[in-house]
Design a protein around this ligand. Structure first.
Ligand code: C2E
Ligand code: MG
Ligand code: MG
Length: 391
């Protein structure tokens, strides 16, 4: 059974769960955020909905434990129809070692029940952004068409909020600590805006995608980082996130652009999916290196075919996704995965950063697994200026 679609705004999500209460709760949370939600009560119904849908889904959010096709089997079937659509699995069983199994099955990511509404919304926004460049283009095109029609008023409103967000944009910085020296090795720049409706970066970025303004957002961010860099402590590097579509912006390669002038102290973070489009990824990354930038693969372990990015991009830095870091001290499987990745990166001549370190236990487990560059709330939250380290 597929329910009627509610309000369309950020994109479309298919919610799959045999438990009607859970399905409705997730649907409500996502609809409030501005996603168009379609519900399916089984894996089979979900497949039929995807196969017959007129417009593409930006994310499939599915329960793992369902009679008939379970979540893992659903991912495999979805991959036969569409090898790009992000699937986010919900599991109520942390002992499943969800991370490893979900990722092996071809899911983009997973979320452990019970979760807060905020966490669900952020995970869906994040998953929806995690797809190939070709799909992102198709998605931008299909929005542009949709927005040209009946939703004109909606578009005007979004445009107004987005313009305000750019005007009131600023960069937060979060330290990356080298535990061997106890010093700040680098700061990651994270976008923020004082436009109320777009305070969360995932919403801001999803809106830019929807309006086809990723280049404009990227330029504004790069200029803001370059301005802020004047106050950065000497000798620390700056990590700057680059959206997959930003790699198509000529301004990024302008030797005289504000950030290009700082390239030797800048590491550009690229999420792994970009590396899977070798035609774009490898050539563009070569151009960035010529300018003096170094490259980090962001969120390794959050998506599928992640290791492919290491081969294509040969990054100087690899950032482990926080889903691998969370409860590292309590999962021997995760520790094995992290230690294997750390060894591989060292052998390839790169360094590893663990993101999202929140507890001393996670910190010590990272160090034990051979990861020496750490980032997370344990050390400092992202903030204006260049926050010092507290732990
Ligand atoms: P990311 O690049 O993986 O950034 C790390 C995210 O983890 C940030 O979320 C950061 O605030 C959060 N974080 C850091 N330490 C901890 C921790 O200990 N616990 C938890 N729970 N979270 C932690 P934020 O700032 O909300 O950004 C979310 C995502 O939005 C980023 O993920 C990145 O993909 C994107 N983003 C943020 N700023 C930019 C930007 O300037 N440009 C682009 N293209 N993307 C950006
Ligand atoms: Mg990042
Ligand atoms: Mg990351």
């Amino acid at each position: 059974m597929a329910g009627g679609e509610r309000k369309l705004h950020l994109g479309r999500v298919l919610v799959v769960d045999d438990d009607p209460a859970m399905r409705r709760t997730c649907g409500r949370v996502l609809a409030l955020e501005g996603w168009g939600v379609v519900e399916a009560d089984s894996g089979g119904a979900a497949l039929e909905t995807i196969a017959t849908a007129k417009a593409m889904f930006d994310c499939v959010l599915s329960d793992v434990n369902m009679p008939g096709l379970d979540g893992f089997a659903l991912v495999a079937k979805v991959r036969e129809i569409d090898d790009d659509i992000p699937v986010l699995l919900m599991t109520g069983d942390p002992s499943l070692d969800g991370a490893v199994k979900a990722i092996e099955s071809g899911a983009v990511s997973y979320i452990t029940k019970p979760f807060a509404s905020e966490a669900l919304a952020a995970a869906v926004a994040r998953a929806a952004r995690r797809h190939g460049v070709a799909r992102m283009r198709r998605r931008a095109d299909s929005y542009a068409r949709a927005l040209g029609g009946a939703d004109a008023a909606d578009r005007v409103d979004l445009e107004r909020r987005f313009a305000n967000a750019l005007e009131r944009l600023w960069m937060a910085f979060q330290p990356i600590v080298d535990v061997a020296t106890g010093r700040v090795f680098a700061y990651e720049a994270l976008v923020r805006t004082d436009e109320d409706s777009l305070r969360r970066p995932d919403l801001l970025i999803a809106t830019a995608e929807r309006l086809d303004r990723i280049h404009q957002l990227g330029r504004t961010i790069r200029a803001a980082v370059a301005r802020a860099a004047a106050d950065a402590p000497d000798g620390v590097e700056l990590f700057v996130n680059v959206h997959g579509l930003e790699l198509g912006d000529e301004e990024l390669y302008e030797p005289n652009a504000a950030l290009s002038r700082l390239a030797p102290r800048v590491v550009l973070e690229i999420t792994e999916r970009v590396g899977l489009d070798p035609a774009i990824g490898t050539a563009r990354v070569g151009m960035l290196r010529k300018l003096g930038y170094r490259i980090a693969v962001d969120d390794l372990g959050a998506g599928y075919a992640a290791l492919g990015a290491l081969a294509h991009l040969e990054p100087e830095i690899v950032k482990l996704d926080m889903s691998l870091v969370r409860d590292l001290d309590r999962s021997a499987t995760k520790r094995r995965v992290v230690a294997a990745i750390a060894t591989l990166c060292r052998e390839l001549g790169g360094r590893v950063v663990a993101e999202g370190v929140e507890t001393p236990g996670e910190r010590d487990a990272c160090i034990g697994a051979g990861v020496e560059l750490l980032q997370g709330y344990l050390f400092a939250r992202p903030a204006r200026g260049f926050p010092s380290v507290t732990s």
